[in-house]
Design a protein around this ligand. Structure first.
Ligand SMILES: Nc1nc2c(ncn2[C@@H]2O[C@H](COP(=O)(O)OP(=O)(O)OP(=O)(O)O)[C@@H](O)[C@H]2O)c(=O)[nH]1
Length: 392
């Protein structure tokens, strides 16, 4: 065969082979490019979020493997920082602006009326009404009007300064400047002084007990608190918070337990710790007079097995007026009240209650509550009070 023939046959074989290879390898139909799958990410078991409902089921099932982490260090909760409260002196001066509403009624109102050129019967009626509205009470109001009438006659024409001096003197006479308003909280040698806090619930009894503890600590005394208001569970917790803040021990009993037993334990603790003062917060429910007498009488008798009750503080809410006064009278008949803590005197126009409560109960107001802040309880100072009412 001619070389040209051989070449032609070889080319033909090559073309045939290439054609059949193309047919074999050609893709069938128009295929889409394969989707690009994201690479699989494996999350370590501990960090996977639990399926919905797994948290609730955790207690009921044992299928959740225990955590593989190292056991955590036990959490140490730092004890609450003990505060150093300010001393009680000068508090009433600091809080005098809180008497603004009583200042408008008793102070400015009376000053304006007494400064009129002619003081006719209508004006004296207005003066009387102002005093009654401020809760001065009927009998003290009549006494005040009588005194003021006499002195105005003596004076004749009056300068504003004279009117102010006249009213200042009269208010101080009615409030009393020579009553013993000191709190009896001196310890007896190794034995602490005991303060019993009584009064209707909601008057601010527990708050006043806590504030008093703060103020005594601020004056450098050591205090033990007795949560003998076992009737209201939250009262003991409330007192605990007050005590914790100033580092005062709080003795409490079971809810609904015997208040006398808590009072006894508190006095025992105060004696053992050589505390200066034990303050006992009582429930003093006004169910019946005999029930109240039994409860408070027992608390007092039990304390007297170990100590003496130096002070029985009656807490009275200044905003409750004559109704509060009637309730206070029941307490005064049941225990020998030695002093009154008049709360919520801030924001009330009824500052005259100081005059009526002292007259009705025959005991001095020793403390006044002038706000919800922890240091808003002040030893009552008649001169600062009257000057705050009359303005400078
Ligand atoms: N504005 C004002 N609020 C006061 C004053 N004293 C107490 N309060 C508030 O009166 C409310 C009642 O006080 P509590 O101390 O819980 O009353 P309580 O008499 O102890 O009540 P019980 O524990 O149920 O006996 C609280 O909101 C106190 O903050 C005060 O002087 N001024």
């Amino acid at each position: 065969m001619e070389p040209i023939g051989i070449i032609a046959i070889a080319v033909a074989i090559l073309v045939l082979a290439a054609g059949s290879m193309f047919l074999l390898l050609r893709p069938r139909g128009k295929a889409a490019p394969p989707p690009v799958e994201p690479p699989e990410v494996r999350i370590p078991e501990e960090t996977q979020a639990p399926p919905k409902g797994a948290v609730e089921d955790q207690e009921a099932t044992t299928t959740i493997p225990p955590p593989r982490t190292m056991p955590a260090e036990p959490m140490v909760v730092p004890p609450p920082a003990v505060e150093i409260p300010p001393p009680s002196a000068g508090r009433m001066v600091r809080l005098r602006a809180r008497l603004a509403r009583s200042q408008n009624t008793l102070g400015k109102g009376l000053l304006e009326l007494l400064s009129r050129d002619r003081l006719d019967d209508d004006t004296w009626d207005e003066i009387e009404e102002t005093l009654i509205t401020a809760d001065v009470g009927i009998a003290p109001t009549q006494a005040m009007v009588q005194d003021l009438r006499t002195q105005v006659k003596v004076l004749g024409s009056r300068t504003p300064d004279e009117v102010r001096a006249l009213l200042r003197k009269e208010l101080l006479t009615q409030i009393g400047t020579d009553l013993d308003r000191t709190l009896h909280v001196q310890p007896h040698g190794e034995r602490p002084a005991v303060v019993l806090v009584v009064g209707v619930n909601g008057t601010g009894k527990t708050t006043t007990t806590g504030k008093l503890a703060r103020s005594l600590v601020g004056d450098g005394r050591s205090v033990v608190l007795g949560a003998a208001d076992t009737f209201r569970a939250a009262a003991a917790d409330q007192l605990q918070t007050w005590g914790d803040r100033v580092g005062a021990e709080v003795v409490r009993g079971p809810e609904g337990g015997d208040p006398a037993s808590v009072a006894f334990d508190a006095v025992a603790k105060g004696t053992a710790d050589k505390a200066d003062v034990v303050i006992v917060d009582t429930a003093g429910r006004l169910h019946t007079k005999t029930g109240l007498m039994d409860e408070l009488g027992k608390v007092k008798r039990v304390i007297e097995k170990k100590a003496t009750v130096d002070e029985v503080l009656l807490v009275l809410d200044a905003t409750t007026g004559q109704n509060g006064m009637r309730q206070a009278q029941v307490f005064a008949e049941v225990v020998d009240v030695t002093g009154i803590a008049l709360t919520k005197l801030d924001g009330t126009a009824k500052g005259g209650i100081i005059i009526s409560v002292q007259r009705e109960l025959g005991v001095p107001v020793k403390l006044v509550g002038l706000g919800e802040g922890p240091d808003d309880l002040a030893p009552f100072d008649p001169e600062v009070f009257v000057d705050a009412l009359l303005g400078d």
